[in-house]
Design a protein around this ligand. Sequence first.
Ligand SMILES: C[S@@+](CC[C@H](N)C(=O)[O-])C[C@H]1O[C@@H](n2cnc3c(N)ncnc32)[C@H](O)[C@@H]1O
Length: 307
Amino acid sequence: MTSSPPSLMRLARRAQQLQRVWPSSLNVHYLLPSDAQEKQRLELQHSLLRRTLCDGKSILPPITLGPGDKVLDSGTGSGESLRVYALRIWVISLAKEVPSSVSLTAIDIQSKIFPKICPTNVFFHHHSVTDLPGEWTDSYSLVNQRVLYAALTESQWRSALVEIHRVLAPGGWVQFIEGSEISPDTGPYTATIGSILTKLYARKGLLIDVAKRLPGMLAQGGFINIHSETRALPVGAWAGADGAELRVNLTTVCSAMRGPIFEADGFGLVSSEYEYDNLLDGLTKEWDDGPDIYEDWTVVYAQKPRV
Ligand SMILES: C[S@@+](CC[C@H](N)C(=O)[O-])C[C@H]1O[C@@H](n2cnc3c(N)ncnc32)[C@H](O)[C@@H]1O
C-alpha cells in the first residue's frame, strides 16, 4: 500500500465518515448507517436496479393491484427528499403507478430518514420484518423486500419468511431483490475486499448468498409458484454509464461498512482507515478498467397458497 499524503478529497471523505453512526443493538446486525449519504446511495441504487434488473417495472410477479389492495414494503430505507414525492424509493414510485385506493405500508427498523411529505395512501411505520403486528394477518396482496442481505441472519430470514407468509392475503405475492458478492478471481483488490466482507458477514451471522438460498427457504416456508431470475450486471466504467453507477454504488457500500470492519480491527487484513481508503482506490481502478466484471443480482418471487 502507498504512503503518499492524503488528498483534500480524501480528508473531506474521512471527515464525513467520522460523523456516521452504525446501528448497534442486540438483535440488529445491519451493516450500513442510516443518514443523508446513505439516502443518496439508496436513491442511486433504486434507479439503477429498476432500469437494469427490473426493466423499469416496480412489480415483477403476475399481479394487478386494484381498489382495496394493500402492499407492504419491508426494509423500505430512505424516503426523505427535498423534492415533493421523490420517485427515488420503491414505495413512492409504486404510489405513482397504482390507484390511490391501494394502501401502501412501508416499514423499517430505522425511522429517522422516513419522508416528511408523502402521498396520502402511503404509511410509514417503525417495525422489524421479523416481528410484524398481529392484526396484519392475511392482509397484504403484495410484499416487497429489496436488498436486506446486509441485514438479516439466517434465523432472522426464517422469522421474516414466517411473518411475510402470515401477513400476506391468501393468493398474495412476495417479491425479493438481492445482490451477491463479486468473484474474488476478478483481481487482487477484489480478492482482499471479498475476504474482509466474508469475515464481516460471518462475524455478524449474515447470509451473503441469500439470493441463491431464497427459493429453497420459500419452498420450506409453504410458498408456491416460486420464480427466480438472476442477471449479471456489469461493474465498472469499462461497461459505460450503468457499469460506472454500479461501481460507485458498490464502492460506496464498502466505504460505508468501515464502521463494523474496524470494530473488528480490520480482520487483520487492513490496519488503518488510510490503508482501507487505498484499498478502495485500488478497487475502483480494478473495476473501472475491467473488462468483464459482473455482480449477480436476483429477483425472486413466490405466492402464498389461496387455501
Ligand atoms: C440496503 S437498505 C435497502 C432499502 C430499500 N429496500 C431499497 O431497496 O432502497 C436495507 C434497509 O433494511 C432496513 N432493515 C434492516 N433490518 C431490518 C429489519 N429487521 N426489518 C425491517 N427493515 C430492516 C435497514 O434499516 C435499511 O433501511
